[in-house]
Ligand binder design. Structure first.
Ligand code: PLP
Ligand code: CA
Length: 304
């Protein structure tokens, strides 16, 4: 039985934890980078973990870019030995899920953007893009494609009413799959701005259709199951490091991984303490095993 308990660890305690683990999974935004800036020390942490022979994976709920763009971003931010095979995004995993698990015999109607389109194209999953907004165009002007057998919803900064309306029409058919890349409610932007996330867009369709979307990204187990199927990864020897309790930490708990909250991102220590005092298992699973201020705290352990 794990004693999830927000244990603040440093130095030799981090060393002991790493000694017990052969794989480390990192969330990206808020852990590895913050927008276009690497978290201080992160490139060195990743290199040193790899040098020790640890498997390092990156699991991001950000569906806006294809994997090759994340690889370019790692390089641009000074990470020297990350490979595309290490990167698992909600767009890539959604495409894999549609291809290998759902095996949809037809097209996918997509609310999303280039990241989702590109991954679906690369996976060979046929799809149709949402409508472009235009004055005086209504749902009556938008023909429905009888080949559409799934709706996939991801972050879409070109979201418009017609896309939602059309998705609603497809989802009237109970046989049409309803998938969401990720459930993220919102994201921090620069200058104190925020943006609504995929979860907010999905919620509109869930209300309209009285259905629940199947989530592919964190906290769903699919990303880990896919990683584990590709690489030899034992959950009991794996650590999940994230900055959002309701996605990253719950994901780790759902998959049987040790979990660590880093305080460089969205969630605050006080929020973890509130979850610790709660009674429901789902909330308890949002409590991280360990807490660090930043993954830079690994450096002392890795350089020891
Ligand atoms: N989705 C979008 C659109 C984002 O902008 C972000 C963060 O920047 C995320 C998801 C969350 O990404 P991660 O899971 O790497 O924190
Ligand atoms: Ca994050």
């Amino acid at each position: 039985v794990s004693s999830r308990g927000c244990k603040k660890i440093r130095g030799s305690q981090i060393r002991d934890l790493l000694d017990a683990k052969s794989s480390v999974l990192f969330d990206c935004d808020g852990v590895i980078w913050e927008g276009e800036k690497a978290v201080a020390g992160a490139p060195e942490v990743v290199s040193l973990l790899k040098k020790e022979g640890k498997k390092v994976f990156f699991v991001t709920n950000n569906c806006t870019r294809p994997r090759e763009n994340y690889l370019q971003k790692f390089t641009r931010l000074g990470f020297t030995d990350v490979e595309q095979e290490d990167i698992f995004s909600s767009a890539y995993c959604s495409a894999v899920y549609l291809r290998d698990v759902a095996k949809v015999q037809g097209k996918v109607f997509v609310i999303g953007g280039d990241g989702v389109y590109k991954e679906l194209r690369e996976a060979g999953v046929p799809f149709v893009e949402g409508e472009v907004d235009a004055p005086d165009v209504t749902i009556y002007d938008c023909p429905l494609d009888s080949d559409v057998k799934a709706v996939l919803v991801g972050y879409d900064d070109k979201l418009n009413f017609l896309k939602l309306a059309k998705a609603c029409c497809y989802l009237r058919n109970a046989a049409c799959l309803f998938l969401a890349t990720d459930p993220d409610p919102w994201h921090p932007l620069r200058g104190g701005r925020v943006t609504p996330g995929s979860g907010s867009l999905t919620a509109a369709l869930e209300t309209a259709t009285n259905r629940k979307a199947t989530v592919i990204g964190k906290p769903s187990k699919f990303m880990f199951e896919y990683i584990a199927s590709q690489f030899d990864v034992d959950p009991s020897q794996s650590l999940m490091v994230g900055d959002r309790l309701e996605t990253d930490i719950l994901f780790g708990a759902n998959c049987g991984l040790a979990t660590m909250l880093t305080l460089t991102g969205v969630s605050k220590l006080e929020e973890a303490h509130v979850y610790m005092d709660s009674e429901t298992p789902e909330k308890k699973n949002c409590v991280p095993d360990y807490v660090v201020d930043s993954i830079a705290d690994f450096l002392q352990a890795l350089n020891a």
